[in-house]
Write a protein that binds this ligand. Structure first.
Ligand SMILES: *Cc1c(COP(=O)(O)O)cnc(C)c1O
Length: 465
């Protein structure tokens, strides 16, 4: 697909595709939603999808596949070993990301599990530009401790730094002096940092980090789940990148790292799948041996042949400028409507969703009564729009003391699935959030009535105070 000429850039972000099949959704009444959210313990993860009108819970595995991807599904080579589709996937990863070896996994956390097991020893520290829920848990289960080295601006919802995913090298330096480079198996760098609100890391920062870590002999592992969105922001915001294609920028980002884990359920436009990619042959051999234990043979890693084919095609589609411009354009459309109405959101608007700042939205609620959890439930009640909490519930408890982590950011994420909803849906989402905002003073908080041990946000239950 040709890149749009610069003269066309001023036009609207309209989608570079048309709709050829639709899925009907259920419309519900307020009384039905009240019953549904109570039954779900005020946790949007526990709602039934049939009770949801516009589903912005996550952009994970919720993309609409293209006609080409569906055609690819029909070409599944369901051989146990050496499926043709695996070689297509390997080719796409090498071509667009540039990593040498690739192992498919059932999804991102499958890759995180294998990577953590081969690289982390008990007592190690893994610095990263903000934590991610599953990433940190696998690091901890392998005996490691996560260390946050993202810049301070990332923890401030109102700060408009264009690259809030950047690493603060002085934080990394301090960690190295404290524990020693030997206890840092790698630095984990996420592109378009999810927990900060889909905020990018700059190429300049990646390069500085690369130079710094090479001095200390520390590799960089790339959580490339949202690399295309990050590359788009570099193209738009960073000096010297305006005339580069998103595909070129992606390849350059990857070239500054030694390997990657990826949930292909996000940028790579598939409903299931992930990869572990690595340049070092010895590490690849270890990983491809371990994947047999947890996922499946190294040429399918828990996926059907057809899933790998859809992923190979999805990777190709995901790096096209027209695609990513419309994807981020839709998110910005929704975010700008919120900003114009004075609704508090994380700024700048991120790549995969609009993040409501529950601290400023519901300033009368203490963090102990779960403002973001409460707000997500209220938006659902108002309109059937499903969002999710990214605040104190998601942050979980401290590994050693068992106390609640108390994150600065208390957010509700309205995550936009790729190629699924229209501009009119975005208008409804905005109208609903605006009406909850109008009545915000009436909103009361929640108490937790059930807390599971791992990743509590998925399954915790709450009741109204
Ligand atoms: C979703 C996600 C993961 C985990 O991937 P799954 O496919 O859900 O297992 C890891 N890192 C980031 C940044 C993610 O957004």
């Amino acid at each position: 697909m040709a890149q749009l000429g610069n003269s066309d850039r001023h036009r609207s972000w309209a989608e570079p595709y048309k709709i050829k099949m639709v899925e009907l959704v259920h419309m519900t009444t307020r009384a039905e939603r009240e019953a549904a959210i109570r039954k779900a313990g005020f946790n949007t993860f526990l709602l039934k999808s049939k009770d949801v009108y516009i589903d912005l819970l996550t952009d994970s595995g919720t993309s609409a596949m293209s006609d080409r991807q569906w055609a690819g599904m029909m070409m599944g080579d369901e051989a146990y070993a050496g499926s043709e589709n695996f070689y297509h996937l390997e080719k796409a990863v090498r071509k667009y990301y540039g990593y040498k070896y690739v192992i498919p996994t059932h999804q991102g956390r499958g890759a995180e599990n294998i990577l953590s097991k081969i690289l982390i020893k008990p007592g190690d520290f893994i610095p990263g530009n903000m934590y991610f829920t599953t990433t940190r848990l696998h690091q901890e289960l392998a005996g490691g401790t996560f260390a946050d080295i993202v810049i301070d601006e990332a923890h401030d919802a109102e700060n408009e730094h264009p690259f809030k995913g950047n690493v603060d090298l002085s934080k990394l330096e301090a960690l190295i002096s404290k524990v020693g480079a030997k206890r840092i198996p790698y630095v984990c760098i996420a592109t378009a940092v999810n927990m900060a609100g889909g905020q990018p890391i700059s190429m300049a920062n990646m390069k500085a980090l690369r130079a710094f870590t090479q001095k200390h002999g520390i590799p960089i592992i790339h959580d490339m789940t949202r690399v295309a969105e990050n590359a788009y922001f570099i193209q738009q915001r960073e000096k010297g990148y305006r005339s580069k294609s998103v595909a070129e920028i992606i390849k350059e980002i990857c070239s500054l790292t030694d390997g990657a884990t990826m949930s292909a359920k996000k940028d790579a436009l598939v409903n299931i799948g992930g990869i572990l990619a690595i340049n070092n042959k010895k590490l690849y051999e270890k990983a491809s041996n371990l994947v047999v234990v947890y996922e499946g043979l190294h040429t399918y890693g828990g996926l059907a042949g057809r899933d790998m084919e859809a992923m190979a095609i999805g990777i190709t589609e995901s790096v096209q400028d027209d695609h990513i411009r419309a994807r981020v354009g839709q998110v910005e459309y929704l975010g700008n409507k919120m900003l114009e109405a004075g609704i508090p959101i994380v700024k700048p608007i991120g790549g995969h969703g609009v993040f409501l700042d529950a601290k400023r939205f519901l300033p009368h609620l203490q963090q102990s009564v779960f403002p973001a959890q409460t707000l997500a439930a209220e938006v659902y009640l108002d309109s059937g729009v499903r969002s999710m909490e990214r605040g104190i519930v998601s942050a979980g408890r401290q590994k050693d003391t068992g106390k609640d982590n108390k994150p600065e950011l208390e957010l509700v994420r309205l995550t936009i699935p790729r190629r699924v909803y229209t501009q009119a849906h975005m208008d409804v989402v905005f109208e609903s959030v605006a009406s909850v905002y109008e009545d915000r003073k009436k909103v009361r908080g929640l108490k937790m009535t059930y807390e599971p041990k791992y990743l509590r946000f998925f399954q915790a239950r709450f009741a109204r105070i």
